[in-house]
Design a protein around this ligand. Structure first.
Ligand code: BEZ
Length: 213
């Protein structure tokens, strides 16, 4: 056996700056097409399987923060290989047990066609249980950030919101978001692109790291 065979499935394929591949699919809100979400931000995320503990906590937490994503003009789209009827049963079980309604679409991807198009699975990989990928897609359909977590660690909803806030803020003002940036905090000026800019910027402090304001 090649040593590569023991490595976990990488999240590869789609990279930052790529156009998100369009898809049409059945979802818990009826048929959807990704292209219909142009002019909105989209967070497309996959989960390994319905009726699993970590995935359930993620869906409860995301549904509880649905208004925060709406406020940011961001649609959530979940996806797994499970059938639409499995999705219905799981979301109903979540409502019954936690009193939380998941009102964003959960897409079925039984052939893994969407998963493969986004590089959520390695070519030839038949084990969907490795997949916990997430894509931030901007209103032009461009992938702006991705994350990839293993099946046994749930994602942070507050980090999803922070990343979304940061992407929107840097776009608005042509700025950079520093480490641990939070909404409303100071952004950084873009990097200089000429020596004149370097010398001009020196008056206001360090030329390679300048906070706004
Ligand atoms: C979970 O979401 O809890 C889970 C999913 C797949 C494998 C193991 C755990």
């Amino acid at each position: 056996m090649d040593s590569k065979d023991n490595l976990p499935t990488p999240c590869a394929g789609i990279r930052i700056g790529d156009m998100a591949p369009n898809f049409s699919a059945r979802s818990t809100l009826g048929p959807i097409e990704l292209a219909d979400y142009r002019d909105r931000w989209v967070i497309l995320f996959s989960h390994p399987a319905d009726f699993t503990p970590v995935c359930t906590t993620e869906f409860v937490a995301m549904a509880q923060e649905a208004a925060a994503f709406e406020e940011r003009n961001c649609a959530l789209i979940g996806l797994s290989v499970d059938s639409l009827f499995s999705h219905f049963a799981w979301l109903r079980a979540i409502r019954d047990r936690f009193g939380v309604e998941v009102r964003f679409p959960l897409v079925e991807d039984p052939s893994m066609a969407i998963g493969h198009a986004f590089g959520m699975l390695a070519p030839g990989d038949s084990d969907s249980a490795t997949v916990r990928s997430l894509f931030f897609i901007d209103p032009r359909g461009v992938v702006r950030a991705t994350t990839c977590y293993p099946a046994n660690v749930g994602r942070s909803i507050s980090e999803m919101l922070r990343t979304l806030d940061a992407l929107q803020a840097v776009d608005r003002d042509d700025r950079l978001a520093p480490a641990n940036w939070q909404k409303g905090g100071p952004l950084l000026h873009p990097v200089p692109t000429s020596l004149d800019e370097v010398y001009g910027a020196e008056a206001g402090g360090g030329w390679f790291l300048r906070e706004e304001g």
